[in-house]
Design a protein around this ligand. Structure first.
Ligand code: LRH
Ligand code: MN
Ligand code: MN
Length: 431
């Protein structure tokens, strides 16, 4: 059995207090769904199949360009990050993998890291490279770009770092590399728009060539920041073109915050799925730009509509399995609480999307019954599937109310004693 950072007896006590209510709510929902011809047990079993990866950088307190206000007991290294990730999975049972970021999570002993993760019952999702910052002791600077830089020496260094990430990921059991670059221009004329993308593709070809046969390469696009005038990989079109150029192991990654406000992200998801290039997600929420807010905290309907497209795609192709990962930054909440709530919000959208009556939806579409088509989606979205999620957690050994159980456990106070704050320290690297 996996090591649990929180005493399992305490979680059992917490569950015992809530179980009667959870069962009553579950029964009520079961009756309501039965009247719609839906079997709650099927939906609960489906909920138990859901998994989303936790970003290692998410368990530290984030920051903005202006300030970072550290939280108590922040993890100081990748091993402590794993301990926090294990709490999230212990209580939600929905986050069995961690997505690492190098060099923030660099370790000289990947075998030890893998063993510790396994002890917690955790595995590793995609590893992320970082050529958007300079690291101490690094020979070349990324000030003027990394994979797209004019300088061959800079490009070589950036390529070598990505290949090193693949090697580390391989030792850990990852199966994908996510590449996001901040490369681009802040001024018209700063660089040749086409030339930059040519250099990007040349560099990415070298990285692609180093991929093991069972690996995928995820290309993450972002509209803006830090290259405010012309970001090299700014949109899904560029991402799609590059993934197509590179080959079948290259796919596109959709970070929900990386688009202009009001962009129809679910349509982008549908397009990428249609052409077999949807690799995965970085879930978060956003009001203005890359805000990295908790998933489902601003626009839960958008999250539902994304999952509605994913449900449609997996009905067409049952082998369709994009990677689900969170990518959030927590400035004013306890990161463990935010990540648990977010994992549950994404799981909620997944179950709500499974509730959509696809037969009825198709019939309304064919009959041009616009109002009823829209209502069919709304009916699923409005259904409170909370009791299904709570029951799925209970059956899998998690907590009926993860945030409640976490607070009652005193975990944060306990780690705050073990992990004293270091002046100016940043565990995530994002300051
Ligand atoms: C870029 C990004 C990308 C990085 C992470 C830290 O904004 O979304 O995924 O790797 O943030
Ligand atoms: Mn991201
Ligand atoms: Mn981002």
């Amino acid at each position: 059995a996996a090591t649990t950072p929180i005493d399992s007896g305490r979680v059992a006590e917490h569950n015992a207090r809530l179980e009667t209510d959870v069962r009553a709510d579950y029964e009520a929902l079961s009756g309501m769904l039965a009247r719609r011809g839906r079997d709650i047990e099927q939906l609960t079993a489906l909920a138990q199949t859901f998994a989303v990866a936790v970003p290692s950088w998410g368990v530290g307190t984030g920051g903005t360009r202006f300030a970072r206000f550290p939280g108590r007991g922040e993890p100081r290294n990748v091993f402590e990050k794993m301990e926090d990730c294990a709490v999230i999975h212990q209580l939600t049972r929905a986050t069995p993998t961690v997505s690492l970021h190098f060099p923030w999570d660099r370790t000289d002993d990947p075998a030890a890291l893998r063993e510790i993760a396994q002890g917690y019952g955790l595995g590793f999702d995609a590893v992320n490279s970082n050529t958007f910052q300079d690291q101490p002791g690094q020979e070349q600077t990324y000030k003027h770009g990394s994979l797209t830089a004019q300088s061959g020496a800079v490009r070589a260094q950036a390529v070598a770092h990505n290949i090193e990430c693949i090697e580390l990921g391989r030792a850990l059991g990852s199966k994908a590399l996510t590449v996001w670059v901040g490369d681009g221009a802040n001024f018209p004329g700063q660089h040749n728009l086409r030339g930059a993308l040519e250099r990007y593709l040349d560099s990415m070809r070298d990285i692609y060539g180093a991929l093991p046969a069972d690996w995928q390469l995820f290309i993450e696009h972002k509209l803006f920041e830090p290259a405010f005038y012309a970001t090299t990989i700014a949109d899904w079109g560029t991402s799609f073109a590059c993934a197509t150029e590179l080959g079948p192991q290259a796919k596109c990654l959709v970070d929900l915050g990386h688009h202009a406000p009001n962009t129809n992200i679910e349509m982008i998801v549908a397009r990428l799925a249609q052409f077999g290039k949807l690799g995965g997600f970085h879930f978060n929420d956003s009001k203005y730009g890359d805000d990295d807010l908790d998933s489902g905290s601003i626009n839960p309907f958008q999250l539902f509509l994304v999952f509605n497209e994913l449900a449609d795609a997996s009905q067409r192709d049952p082998a369709f399995r994009p990677a689900y990962m969170l990518d959030q930054s927590h400035n004013v909440t306890d990161p463990i609480e935010s990540l648990m709530s977010s994992a549950i919000e994404v799981q909620r959208a997944f179950v709500q999307a499974a509730l959509v009556d696809r037969g009825a939806l198709r019939a309304h579409q064919e009959a041009n019954d616009v109002l009823q088509a829209a209502q069919t989606l709304k009916q699923a979205y409005r259904t409170d599937v909370g009791p299904i999620l709570a029951m799925a957690r209970l059956r899998a050994g998690g907590a009926a109310d993860p945030v409640g159980a976490y607070r009652a456990s005193g975990y944060r106070t306990e780690v705050a004693e073990r992990r004293p704050a270091r002046a100016g320290a940043s565990s995530s690297g994002i300051v």
